[in-house]
Design a protein around this ligand. Structure first.
Ligand SMILES: *[C@@H]1O[C@H](CO)[C@@H](O)[C@H](O)[C@H]1NC(C)=O
Ligand SMILES: *[C@@H]1O[C@H](CO)[C@@H](O)[C@H](O)[C@H]1NC(C)=O
Ligand SMILES: *[C@@H]1O[C@H](CO)[C@@H](O)[C@H](O)[C@H]1NC(C)=O
Ligand SMILES: *[C@@H]1O[C@H](CO)[C@@H](O)[C@H](O)[C@H]1NC(C)=O
Ligand SMILES: *[C@@H]1O[C@H](CO)[C@@H](O)[C@H](O)[C@H]1NC(C)=O
Ligand SMILES: *[C@@H]1O[C@H](CO)[C@@H](O)[C@H](O)[C@H]1NC(C)=O
Length: 386
């Protein structure tokens, strides 16, 4: 059963690998009511799918769709008229919806309503009623924006453009800046009650997980890289990295640190066959049974503390020798989750991680893979299949 599941997953991954390389025909057509995984977007601000309507055909200024995510921040949908002179952007920031609207001489941003990033499906409806733009969440008014412009002329000619996962204006025009990457899913869209097909550059829309749980998921083809200088450390207090997840279900490189000279400093590899987790640092190697759900690493000036399980009193401490200071190396190094630094997508016998890290903390703070220096498109930052 598990074998069959793995095989299916691998086949899906092979399919994903082909996507985006294009079939030579350029754009593909998809229905606006398709299920769209926004995290499939390779180009941060460019739309994943988009459509252009003739304003003269629009009878209903109302769009609704269902949306599901654990991600607190990212772009959801965009609309404009007059070739981008008037525009609308809906995103999430700190889990709550954020609307930014530019119309004639007015530019507004408004945020509020309960957090949406709870992993449940929510129905969102955006409508334009006279001078008001209204966002309803699960059937009740979430946000209402009233806009009075000196220029009151109604636009009834020209085009209205919509896009999911990207925008068609310069991002600098927005009042509130945010990271567009969204590990979220949109389905059952009804856009202005018009059913003309949308356009996409990808060959096939990637499916969303049927069920999901919070975490960062590495399906196998790639990993995420941080610049260690992104994390502030004080030598006296050392560095703490905390990894949560069922390690017996992981296979491949979980964590890898390199210093500025490209020397391997530290590696954790899980093997789902032998049910072992191996830590390598300097000349030392430690193997342990992978029957744990948490691995806490405390890098001190010349030692490494390892805690498995939740009980921090049971710490194994290892001297790293006097030559190496992890903390010095850390200042200009690289930190990777889910793969070995220097490894690329095509390398044979790749050791990319397959598995779910339920939580990653560096220095006691949750780490968002969306803020990685480089992240492979296959890695989902905030959700694992359940
Ligand atoms: C979609 O957006 C692209 C720009 O990213 C544009 O070239 C294309 O014409 C748009 N397609 C539709 C159907 O609006
Ligand atoms: C929009 O109107 C133009 C002519 O102004 C027409 O060529 C085009 O087919 C219309 N588009 C749709 C989607 O109806
Ligand atoms: C939506 O479109 C359908 C058929 O295209 C039509 O019957 C219905 O009245 C429209 N609803 C609105 C609110 O315009
Ligand atoms: C890491 O960040 C520093 C400072 O921002 C920069 O100089 C360096 O080039 C970065 N390294 C990589 C590999 O991005
Ligand atoms: C971890 O996964 C294994 C294998 O699927 C399972 O037997 C075990 O119960 C899981 N451990 C926990 C704590 O969930
Ligand atoms: C685990 O990864 C190794 C390569 O590191 C690979 O040879 C092996 O087939 C993988 N096992 C599973 C169950 O995926």
């Amino acid at each position: 059963m598990a074998g069959a599941l793995l095989l299916t997953l691998s086949l899906i991954l092979l399919g994903w690998g082909a996507e985006g390389q294009g079939n030579g025909h350029g754009k593909n057509k998809v229905s606006g009511s398709s299920t769209v995984y926004l995290g499939q977007n390779r180009h941060n601000w460019r739309p994943l799918i988009n459509v252009t309507f003739n304003l003269s055909e629009i009878a209903s200024i109302k769009s609704s769709f269902e949306f599901r995510t654990f991600d607190p921040e990212g772009l959801i949908f965009y609309g404009d008229t007059k070739n981008g002179a008037d525009w609308f952007v809906l995103s999430l920031k700190e889990g709550v919806p954020l609307m930014q609207i530019s119309k004639e001489d007015v530019l507004v941003s408004v945020a509020g309503t309960p957090k949406l990033n709870d992993g449940k499906w929510h129905t969102l409806e955006v409508s334009n009623q006279g001078k008001f733009v209204i966002l309803e969440v699960d059937g009740s008014n979430g946000l209402v924006v009233g806009m009075q412009s000196k220029q009151t002329e109604m636009v009834i000619y020209g085009k209205l453009r919509l896009s999911l996962g990207g925008i068609l204006i310069d991002k600098e025009k927005m009042i509130v800046q945010f990271n567009p990457q969204m590990d979220g899913c949109v389905r059952n869209g009804n856009w202005l009650n018009l059913s003309i097909p949308w356009e996409t550059e990808v060959d096939e829309l990637r499916p969303c997980y049927a069920n999901m749980q919070p975490g960062s998921y590495f399906p196998g083809p790639g990993f995420a890289i941080f610049n260690t200088s992104d994390f502030q450390i004080e030598e006296d207090h050392g560095l703490q990295i905390d990894l949560w997840g069922n390690f017996s279900q992981m296979n491949g490189t979980v964590l890898n640190i390199k210093d500025s000279q490209e020397e391997l400093m530290f590696t954790i590899v899980a093997d789902s066959n032998t049910k072992e987790v191996t830590l390598t640092f300097g000349d030392e190697t430690i193997s342990m049974q992978s029957s744990f759900n948490r691995l806490l690493l405390k890098f001190q000036r010349h030692s490494l503390g390892i805690v498995q399980h939740e009980d921090e009193s049971q710490m194994t401490s290892i001297s790293a020798g006097s030559k190496t200071s992890y903390l010095t190396a850390w200042r200009e190094g690289l930190l990777a989750f889910g793969g070995l630094l220097g490894e690329n997508e095509d390398s044979a016998g790749s050791q990319f991680l397959t598995g779910c890290l339920k939580k990653i903390q560096v220095q006691g703070k949750d780490l968002d893979l969306d803020s990685a220096h480089v992240k492979h498109i296959s890695v989902s930052s905030h959700s694992c299949p359940a």
